[in-house]
Design a protein around this ligand. Structure first.
Ligand code: UT7
Length: 317
């Protein structure tokens, strides 16, 4: 049997940070409110010269290096983003060029904050069917340029960055289960428009925060319960929950549903903010590089975002 497994990981966060105290000077908010309601203390904001591609390339180089591979070994590039550098070509092609890789398939996927688990799931399918040996999966977002910095309900949340991993073929799992969902009926609860579209909606992020929150808690609660049931997992089997980092209260509710103590949850939301498609990849890389996640650990990665989209990947690291 052919399986896929996580080879190496990488991450990139812009150096510039905007703290809650900085935001207090820009909108009617407070450090206390933001910490209590979201768990976020700062967000990373790309400088003028930075792009979705440049951040993706920085994270991807680290992931390829950690995999002890060369760029030429990569057989496919899947890049998840809602904030591409160009309408076309895809940012995956711009990344391919930046990495000096020639002649491998490269494409973007748009699944908002679920992009990284969507990307891993697609990569897993290509590897299992023998169509690729090493797939580079990247989530990269320059989402702060879609933020209305006068809107206190959204500007406190979002952050720029990129997370990456190389998924490689192996003889044992690796990825044990994947589960993807989408429900387009909720398209108006969280969105940003395209400037040239006739859709006539704001190009800035619009969110009905409380409704998104409720749906996220319910969807993720059902999702993790189902994954545990289908894979006969008891709560002690999962070594690490690696959730999308949107809000510490959503993460706590999901961990509680699984009966997992918070010591078994990778938490980066405080310092990373919500980096959308990059968030799960960045959290994984953080867990690996801080030595928390070890080879052989069972990881449950999950995400929820605009669409709505949501999904999970169960993987032995
Ligand atoms: O990554 C994709 C998925 N996204 C998410 O998962 C985000 C989901 N939503 C959330 O995380 C939360 O809904 C928020 C953090 C965005 C908001 O927290 P909440 O507890 O749901 O607050 P709320 O929207 O119900 O607002 C409560 C109050 C309102 O005032 P009134 O109407 O009760 O007087 C808001 O105007 O808090 C007010 N408020 C603020 N106050 C201080 C909203 N934003 C702020 C703010 N500072 N930044």
């Amino acid at each position: 049997m052919r399986y896929s497994g996580i080879n190496g990981t990488g991450g990139y966060l812009p150096a510039k940070v905007v703290t809650n105290k900085d935001l207090e000077k820009m909108v009617d908010t407070s450090d206390e409110w933001i910490m209590e309601r979201t768990g976020i203390s700062q967000r990373h904001v790309a400088e003028e010269h930075e792009t979705t591609t440049s951040m993706a390339a920085a994270a991807a180089k680290k992931a390829i290096e950690a995999s002890q591979l060369k760029p030429k070994d990569i057989g496919m590039i899947i890049l998840a983003t809602s904030t591409p550098d160009r309408a076309f070509p895809g940012t995956a092609c711009l990344l391919q060029e930046a990495l000096g890789i020639r002649n491998c398939p490269a494409f973007d996927i748009s699944a908002a904050c679920s992009g990284f688990v969507y990307g891993m799931t697609i990569a897993n399918a290509f590897i299992k069917t023998g169509q690729a040996n090493h797939v580079l999966v990247v989530g990269s977002e320059l989402i702060t340029r879609y933020v209305d910095w006068k809107d206190r309900s959204t500007c406190i949340l979002f952050s720029d960055g990129a997370g990456a991993l190389v998924l490689s073929a192996q003889e044992s799992p690796g990825i044990m289960a994947t589960d993807l969902h989408a429900d387009g009926r909720y398209k108006d609860l969280l969105y940003a428009g395209c400037p040239y579209s006739r859709d006539n909606v704001s190009p800035y992020i619009q969110m009905k925060g409380h409704e998104v929150f409720r749906k996220a808690v319910n969807a993720l609660g059902s999702l993790v319960t189902q994954v545990a049931k289908e894979n006969n997992l008891d709560k002690d089997a999962i070594d690490w929950l690696i959730p999308h980092q949107a809000n510490h209260r959503i993460i706590q509710a999901t961990a509680k549903k699984l009966g997992l103590p918070m010591e078994k949850v990778i938490m980066t939301v405080k310092d990373h903010g919500n980096t959308s498609a990059a968030s799960v990849g960045l959290a994984l890389d953080h867990g690996v590089r801080t030595g928390q996640i070890k080879r052989g650990d069972l990881l449950l990665m999950e995400a929820f975002g605009a669409g709505f989209t949501w999904g999970s990947v169960l993987v032995q690291y």
